[in-house]
Design a protein around this ligand. Structure first.
Ligand code: NAD
Ligand code: LMR
Length: 329
């Protein structure tokens, strides 16, 4: 085991997602069994007592890879020297809300945290935003951290990606491992576009394998795009364990690299690829290597996909304009 622990900062650590996420990170699910981790946990003051209880439970697991835990409510302290920051802390939506409705409640959290990361994080920092609305919160954090390269910020669409894989595997009666090259385009919202036209099932085109455009349009896409709301309806609270799992998948693949012959979905700052305006944080198919991502280039986008991508991008532009108006970027 290497001796220097990797510092992983997690915000909203006493929340629902935190309760699953911290134990997975501490057990080695993020960085593997040979890398010690130091958890640096941020919460608002009133939640610190509850967070102390979570830390007692972390202690009680005696995880071999957990080198230490620090908690606090000051991002300038908690982000100090962080190598990875997972920004989860934000209010979740409740029944009847869209994620974008959270912008005014949550957006401001990401200005202060962006500044604190800018001033205190380690030079190799990678930042993943899970708190909703994730894409635009990532844009806010990025805009408030001018010294951190923009490619170090991403927002979570891996949960949507995993949901899309699971729905397709169930439809075709194949193991999830047969499905490759899934893509979520756009926003982590009801406008997102899960794309079967470039995905593959056992090496064959997924849309052709399904052979049912009506199922793709009327079943698959809305089921994936509205899965978060369906979970809120069923559970009475937003997804937590699956969100934690996707947060780990995304950060792990970013750092350790995506699998050969496959790609993943990540919301990253657009470089103008596929006609997505530069700078907005939009989900793309990406490959990752050594902590860097690259947008998969050269995919043919037909009229159906173009319309879906454009609709989600339009929503992201509106969210960007709204946070500009609020003075957050
Ligand atoms: P939760 O309410 O259980 O926990 C959120 C925690 O964040 C709370 O403990 C709260 O005290 C803390 N918090 C609030 N403001 C903070 C701040 N300024 N600094 C640090 N901590 C702060 O919510 P949850 O279920 O854990 O969800 C967290 C967020 O993740 C929500 O916005 C939710 O919508 C989002 N989410 C995103 C995805 C995704 O795929 N991107 C999936 C699921 C949930
Ligand atoms: C999800 O997709 O489950 C989360 O973004 C929570 C939500 O509000 O839907």
């Amino acid at each position: 085991m290497s001796n220097t622990p990797v510092k992983v900062a997690v915000t909203g650590a006493a929340g629902q997602i935190g309760y699953s996420l911290l134990f997975r990170i501490a057990s080695g699910a993020l960085l593997g069994p040979d890398t010690p981790v130091q958890l640096q946990l941020l919460e608002i003051e009133p939640a610190l007592k509850s967070l102390e209880g979570v830390v007692m439970e972390l202690d009680d697991c005696a995880f071999p890879t957990l080198a230490g835990v620090e908690i606090g409510s000051d991002p300038n302290v908690i982000f100090d020297g962080a190598n990875i920051a997972l920004l989860v802390g934000a209010r979740p939506r409740t029944k009847g809300m869209e994620r974008g409705d959270l912008l005014s409640a949550n957006g401001a959290i990401f200005t202060g945290q962006g500044k604190a990361l800018n001033d205190h994080a380690a030079d190799d920092i990678r930042i993943g935003v899970t708190g909703n609305p994730a894409n635009t919160n990532a844009l806010i954090a990025m805009s408030n951290a001018p010294d951190i390269p923009s490619e170090r910020f991403s927002a979570l669409t891996r949960l949507d990606h995993n949901r899309a894989i699971s729905q397709l595997a169930a439809k075709l009666g194949v193991p999830v491992t047969e499905i490759k090259k899934m893509t979520i385009w756009g926003n982590h919202s009801a406008t997102q576009y899960p794309d079967l036209f470039h995905a593959e099932v056992s090496g064959k085109n997924a849309a052709e394998a399904v052979g049912d455009q009506a199922w793709i349009e009327n079943d698959f896409i809305p089921t994936v795009a509205k899965r978060g709301a369906a979970i809120i309806e069923a559970r009475g609270a937003s997804s937590a364990a699956s969100a934690a799992s996707a947060t780990i998948d995304a950060a792990r693949d970013w750092i350790k690299g995506s699998a050969e012959g496959d790609w993943i979905s990540m919301a990253v700052a657009s470089d103008g690829s596929y006609g997505v305006p530069e700078g907005i944080i939009s989900s793309f198919p990406v490959t990752t290597k050594n902590g860097d991502w690259e947008i998969v280039q050269g995919l043919e986008i037909d009229d159906f996909s173009r319309g879906k991508i454009d609709a989600s991008v339009k929503e992201l532009e509106e969210e960007r304009d709204a946070v500009k108006e609020l003075g957050l970027i």
